[in-house]
Design a protein around this ligand. Structure first.
Ligand code: SF4
Length: 383
């Protein structure tokens, strides 16, 4: 482990490299804790390029913590729609309300208080407090852990309890105390752009001379590959009702969720957002969907109705591989159902929907349907 002048040189090299090479990102042009907090939450498990348009749009609607705290949850989710992991948005607003109620509308500058906010863990607290308030807290996430493990040639499973603590202690010791925010950002930037999981660019690395993995020829084997969790296959069936004006029906997040025999919670898979009538399939998608819709959504649907079967939609959420069998049913007029909304099939953006629901809607568009299916199974019914 570096100490004395080599440590001073190491810090200087990394900070100089960061000052010269850092990407110009909107959340790096501010010290406003609200904006830094928002960026840290959006960047969890999400690429920078995907976050950029969401970040700007979100701030246009909610420029400060009070506006966010006072907004309807549905509006917050609508602006998050497509970014995924919606509990982040729900927690963000919950924390905004905590900050308004308990912290005079200002993100707290003490670690213990920050950790009491919804959705804030050790990493996020350290990132926000070091960047916004210059608190001496070193961040440790997957990127930083990989850099540290390579610098010190640390082997084994980095996520095991003892190793993670060892890495946190290393991160704390290495941090430049005069510039904790820049230091943390520099470590994260190095992991994201140079010391990447595959093919790290050691030839242009600013700290290559201090790197043990490079010296020992172990760059490709550190960190140790983790065993992939086996994917869980989930089958769903969804019903897209369409009227003559190409409007469809979505159900509110609180309505019509079922537990399948396999125990998959449909509401969770649909991110608790607006959705098509959906059922978890055990055997026969069409029969089970029909029975669900007649029992739980609208009983007036004729029992002998035939749905138009559309191309299956595939979607992955963490370790779940979801296949949805969508069915289209043309019906004019659409039935009036409590807790449901009639929306143009081509433009569902006025309510929050998940990417999965968007894919199902796209599969039911006339041009998509005509390419792969014969329309002869569509029935027109009057309610
Ligand atoms: Fe990572 Fe290579 Fe730099 Fe070592 S020399 S820190 S392995 S990029």
């Amino acid at each position: 482990m570096l100490t004395g002048p080599p440590l001073t040189r190491f810090r200087k090299k990394l900070l100089t490299w960061f000052a010269e090479s850092r990407r110009d990102l909107p959340w790096r042009r501010t010290k406003d804790p609200y904006r830094i907090w928002l960026s840290e939450i959006m960047l969890q498990q999400t690429r920078v390029a995907a976050v950029l348009p969401y970040y700007e749009r979100f701030l246009e609607h909610f420029p400060d913590v009070r506006t966010l705290a006072n907004a309807p949850e549905e509006e917050v989710l609508r602006l998050w729609a497509g970014l995924g992991y919606y509990s982040r948005a729900r927690n963000l607003q919950k924390a905004a309300r905590q900050i308004v109620a308990d912290h005079h509308s200002r993100f707290p500058d003490a670690r213990e208080r920050a950790l009491r906010l919804a959705g804030i863990g050790e990493y996020t607290a350290a990132a926000i407090l070091s960047i916004a308030y210059k608190k001496k807290l070193a961040v440790l996430d997957g990127n930083v852990a990989r850099v540290l493990a390579r610098l010190t040639a640390l082997r084994g499973d980095l996520r095991s309890n003892g190793k993670w603590q060892e890495l946190q202690a290393m991160a704390d010791r290495l941090m430049a105390p005069a510039a904790p925010g820049d230091w943390n950002e520099a470590m994260m930037e190095l992991g994201a752009t140079v010391c990447t999981p595959r093919s790290p660019q050691c030839l242009i690395c600013p700290v290559a001379e201090s790197c043990q993995a490079r010296k020992l020829g172990l760059v490709d084997s550190i960190p140790e590959k983790r065993k992939k969790r086996a994917a869980i296959e989930v089958r769903l069936a969804a019903l897209v009702l369409v009227d003559a004006g190409n409007h469809t029906l979505l159900l509110s997040p609180s309505r019509h969720t079922l537990k399948s025999g396999a125990g998959h919670h449909v509401a969770g898979l649909l991110s608790r957002l607006w959705h098509f009538p959906t059922v978890a399939v055990v055997r026969d998608a069409e029969r089970e969907l029909l029975s669900h819709v007649r029992r739980g959504v609208f009983p007036a649907l004729p029992s002998r109705a035939k749905f138009l079967s559309l191309s299956p939609v595939r979607h992955t959420v963490t370790h779940r591989q979801i296949t949805v069998q969508p069915f289209r049913f043309d019906v004019d007029p659409l039935p009036d159902l409590p807790g449901a909304k009639k929306l143009p099939l081509r433009d569902l953006g006025s309510v929050p929907i998940s990417n999965l629901t968007r894919k199902v809607a796209n599969a039911a568009l006339p041009e998509r349907r005509d390419r792969s299916h014969s329309p002869d199974r569509t029935a027109i019914l009057n309610f």
